[in-house]
Design a protein around this ligand. Sequence first.
Ligand SMILES: [Zn+2]
Length: 137
Amino acid sequence: MIARTLRANGVCENRQVMMPGDSLPNSRNEIRSLDDVPSVAHLANRQQLLAKWCRAIAMAPFVIVLFEALVVFHDSGSLVAVVAVEATLVWGLAVVAYSFYLTFWGVKCPQCGSRFGSGAKCRSCALPRRSDDTLEA
Ligand SMILES: [Zn+2]
């Protein structure tokens, strides 16, 4: 939205004002990085988080529940302990599968529409992941 401001000296000044419905940062609807498209930036951030911490997120519940099963249930083969350990293994597999999906197919480039990949730039059109990466290019 363009707002007009009349200054005291009589000069009319046009300024661009962001409204709640505006999603893009400039008037030319340019996409300079993934950060300019919040929904894709959110997925890309999740992709990087899972790429970095996938093993810890997947295995931490297993280690905790296995420890509990051995200490609390004294390795008695209790059905509760067995089901809890199996549930954590299913959780770990789900986390790894989701991380794999996000790495290879989950993030689509908003500029060219192909898979973005896991690098700092789009594999097809070299759109940077972060807005501060555009300064280096
Ligand atoms: Zn692209």
